[in-house]
Each structure stands twice: as C-alpha cells, then as structure tokens.
Design a protein around this ligand. Structure first.
Ligand code: BES
Ligand code: MN
Ligand code: ZN
Length: 501
C-alpha cells in the first residue's frame, strides 16, 4: 500500500474516490460542503431525503457527480456532531477511516482520498496520525488466513491512500506512514501465526517463521534451541510442560542489533503454547479450540521483531520465545510433580493447566544473560485477567511502577489500552508449597496476580513487566480470530525508546 499526502484543494483532486464526512443531524463537514457546492447540492439533498442517515460508520457511495473531479464520492457517517465538537474524537476518527477503507475495498477503487476531519493535533499529532492511517489500513484490509478450499474472492484494487495535509506536516506524516506500515506488517504476521490451527502452527513452524525473518532482514540474527539444547540449559519447568507432547519444543532467540544503538537491550519474552489442552488438569471442551491462540504472546514478539527490523530502529532488541504444546499423555507431568527451573528453584506443579508461567520462568531466566535494560513478557496467561478486565484492557504487572506507567501511557496514546494491576508481596506468599520452593498455583482469588507473582520470583533485580493478554489478543465468537494486540502498544514503547536516545 502506498500512502501519499495532498496539499492542494480537495475539490480539484482527480482521484478514484474521495471520502468525506457528514454528521447525523444532516450537517456536512467543510470538505463535504465544498464538494456539495460543486455538484449543485446533491449531497445535502441525499441527507435531507433521509436515505443516508450518517450514523457512525455508515457509508454511502455516489458516482460521477457532475462538477466533481473524483470518480466517486464516499460519504462517511460521523454520528452525533455534539460528541465531536468540530474536531473528531480519536475513536470516531478511527471508525470513520476504517469505514472508508472497507467501503472502498468493496468497489474497484484503486486510490482513496481521505478528506475527513481530524482529531485535534494534541490528541493525535501528525506523526501519530500518519502512523494510525497506515495501521488502520493494514488492520481493515487484513483478511483472515483461513484454510477454506473455495476459491478466494477477488482481491480489492486499493493500492493508494491519500491524506490531506499541509506541506509543513508532510515530513511528520511520512514518518508516521513508514511507522504504521511497519507496525501493520508485524501485526499481520502476529495475526496470521495466531490464527493458524495448532496442527499447522507448531513450535517448529514458529521457529521456521523466525528463521525466514532473519533471511529478509539484515539486522536480525536467529538462534533456535531444540530439545538437547533446552536440556543443556536445564530448563526443567519448560521441559516439564513439553514432556507430554509428541511435538518437539523450540526455544527461539531473535536478536535485532543496530550499530548506533546505545545501552543494554530490551528483551521481549513470548508465551508460545501452540496448543493448551490443560494437560492432565484437562480443560473443558466448549471453547478449547481457542487454546490454539495460546501462542499469541510469542506471535506478538515475532511480529514486533519484524516491525523493529523493518524500520531498523536504532535499538538493541531481543525476542525470546518458549514454544511447546501442553498435552495429556502417559508421559505428562502430573499434579504434585516437582521440577527444577533453570534458576535452580523447585516448583510443585499442582495444576498442569498453569503451564504458561512454567515455560516463562525459564525464558525469563534466560533473559538475564543479555544484561537487559528492560524485560517485557507477553502471555495469554490467565482466564482470571479476562474476569478482571474483560477484553478491553491488557493487564500490566511490573516490579517497577515507572515501567508499568510508561506502558499504560503508550497503550493509551495509540488506543491499545492497558491497565496497571497490583503486584505486592502478599500475592507471592500465596504460592507457598509444603514440598518445594513454590507451587505453580494459589487458588482462584486474584488468579492473574498470583500468576504474575510467580513470574516475579524469577525477575528479581531485573526491570520487568508482564502483559497478560488473555482478554485482548484474540476474539471468540462470530468474529473469532487474532486482534493483533498489543502490537501497537509495544511498538509505541519501542519507538519512544528509539527517539529518546
Ligand atoms: N492459556 C490459559 C489461560 C487462558 C484462559 C487464556 C482463557 C485465554 C483464555 C492458561 O494456561 C491457563 O490455563 N490458566 C489457568 C490457570 C489456573 C489453572 C490457575 C486458568 O486461567 O484457568
Ligand atoms: Mn493452561
Ligand atoms: Zn495456557
């Protein structure tokens, strides 16, 4: 997709399609008014007649308007004007842009001009506006990578998106387009990986994907540990989870290095359970298929590494992925089994379904060798975070409040929201075991916090945050599929670091 800026008058833009907005009280935006005058008020008459009611997200396509140089005019409903007060809220703007793009893909339009009002610059500065346009485009045009045998419908024709902007804003917008395109590419990779079924997207598949990335990007180095190497690392908890599976585990080390990057790396750690049956503590059947998404953290790390490499950010970033299945089998771990993690701590596995923390504790310990500045893990770790926050906020846990606040702020600024959860000593005390250094579960209360407290036992001395993405990384129901979250939040965090130094 190509993104362009046009600085001249809208009415004279000869383009396949131009999108303009209207409010549900019948008021046209200034851009729409210009076109309306050119075509002898055909647009306002349409609204007066009530055929197009301009509800938020509603669209109406007009073709070959006399006096208008664009082939098509796409009317976009912006909803109530009072809620937007002249400038759009970010939410209304995102919705309008997405509606315009998806309506354009239902035509044979090759170039779409976006002549919509924008949110105030303090809510969405030019660079972030450019990024959001490219990001929303990638997100809206994404088609789920299904394995249906029927012939795929004809691809849309959209190849160019043109945004109105001043010459002064152009450099920032262009920078934003590049950021947004990189983010969209990473997020699409995440979604593709997460959407694939467990019998296709195995630990080895994740490893091959990472190795392919290293072929495409000079800045990336990938190392893959197989079973012998994982044993050599004495990752007893990771090994305990994988031992019931026929599918070989993989541990991925993806390094992005930049010659101008100063300082210690950011290490990203992803939970890569390619299918979570629960193991001997077997899950209930109804939505068990959704446990193919239990590698969303890993997918997000891999996607983010792609985005970082695409922009060649002046940072050192390391992506670690622990990938295996959690299966019931004659060789599976059993409740009560005690294993030793690579950090040397013993763990009594009271519930084999609390496997994410087991693979992560060994991955987090591995992160220490990079002497990281910051470690961030991403995991569909607990059902309890969905009970606590629903599907709207990612749960942020950290041993460093400033880091948690920074991540929450990053999420808020890019509409990929997160919420700071508590993580005090008491929760860790609940993991007491009579037989080992700790148990892997602590009962139902505060389940997402005790899970984080388990990880906290392995991150002493590190500046660390844990993102529980069980509610945000994918959707169930009719729109079942990966959301790409929290790629945007994480990318914002890395971009800020890249510009801060
Ligand atoms: N992968 C699940 C968490 C999960 C649940 C993600 C629902 C998405 C939706 C994780 O491995 C798990 O099973 N956690 C248990 C922990 C419990 C046994 C302490 C859970 O949340 O029930
Ligand atoms: Mn589980
Ligand atoms: Zn799991």
């Amino acid at each position: 997709m190509q993104f362009e800026i046009w600085t001249k008058g809208l009415a004279d833009l000869a383009i396949d399609c131009v999108a303009v907005g209207a409010y549900d009280d019948g008021e046209l935006t200034p851009e729409a008014k210009v076109l309306d005058l050119r075509c002898r008020e055909k647009i306002s008459r349409l609204l007066k007649r009530g055929d197009f009611t301009a509800k938020a997200g509603e669209t109406w396509l007009l073709a070959d308007l006399e006096g208008v140089r664009a082939d098509r005019v796409l009317l976009i409903g912006l909803g109530a004007r009072s809620q937007n007060a002249g400038e759009l809220t970010r939410k209304a703007w995102r919705r309008a842009v997405s509606a315009a793009l998806s309506a354009a893909t239902r035509t044979r339009c090759g170039a779409l001009g976006l002549a919509l009002p924008r949110p105030a610059a303090k809510l969405l500065p030019d660079e972030r506006l450019g990024r959001a346009v490219a990001e929303i485009t990638g997100h809206t045009l994404y088609r789920v990578n299904d394995l249906k045998s029927a012939k795929k419908p004809r691809a849309h024709a959209l190849a160019r998106v043109v945004v109105a902007g001043t010459a002064k804003a152009a450099p920032a917008l262009k920078k934003g387009f590049a950021q947004g395109s990189a983010l969209a590419g990473g997020s699409a990779l995440m979604r593709n990986l997460a959407n694939l079924p467990g019998n296709v997207c195995t630990p080895s598949y994740l490893a091959r994907t990472a190795q392919d990335l290293a072929k495409s990007y000079k800045s990336l180095r990938v190392k893959v540990l197989g079973l012998p190497e994982i044993k050599r690392e004495k990752m007893g908890c990771f090994l305990a989870v994988t031992q019931g599976s026929e599918e070989p585990p993989r541990f991925l080390v993806i390094e992005h290095k930049h010659p101008r990057a100063k300082g210690a790396p950011v290490v990203l750690v992803g939970k890569g359970i390619t299918f979570d049956t629960g193991g001997i503590s077997l899950k209930d059947p109804p939505t068990m298929d959704e446990m193919k998404f239990d590698m969303s953290g890993a997918a997000c790390v891999i996607g983010t590494m792609k985005a970082v490499a695409e922009l060649n950010l002046p940072l050192n970033v390391v992506g670690l992925v622990a990938a295996c299945e959690n299966m019931p089998d004659g060789r599976s771990i059993k409740p009560g089994d005690i294993v030793t993690s690579s950090a040397g701590l013993t763990v009594e596995i009271l519930n084999t379904d609390a496997e994410g923390r087991l693979i992560l504790c060994d991955a987090l310990h591995y992160a220490r060798r990079f002497k990281p500045d910051v470690v961030i893990d991403l995991a569909t770790l607990t059902g309890a975070i969905v009970v606590a926050l629903g599907v709207h906020h990612t749960g942020v846990f950290s041993n460093t409040d400033a880091l948690a606040r920074e991540l929450v702020d990053c999420g808020a600024s890019v509409d990929d929201r997160a919420w700071h959860m508590p993580l005090t000593e008491e929760y860790g005390e609940q993991l007491k075991s009579n037989f080992a250094d700790m148990a892997n579960v602590a009962g139902r209360d505060g389940g997402s916090i005790t899970a984080a407290a388990f990880l906290a036992k392995y991150t002493g001395g590190l500046t660390w945050a844990h993102l529980d993405i069980a509610g945000t990384a994918y959707q169930g129901g009719a729109g079942k599929g990966s959301t790409g979250r929290p790629s945007a939040m994480l990318f914002e965090y890395l971009l800020r670091r890249a510009t801060a130094r």
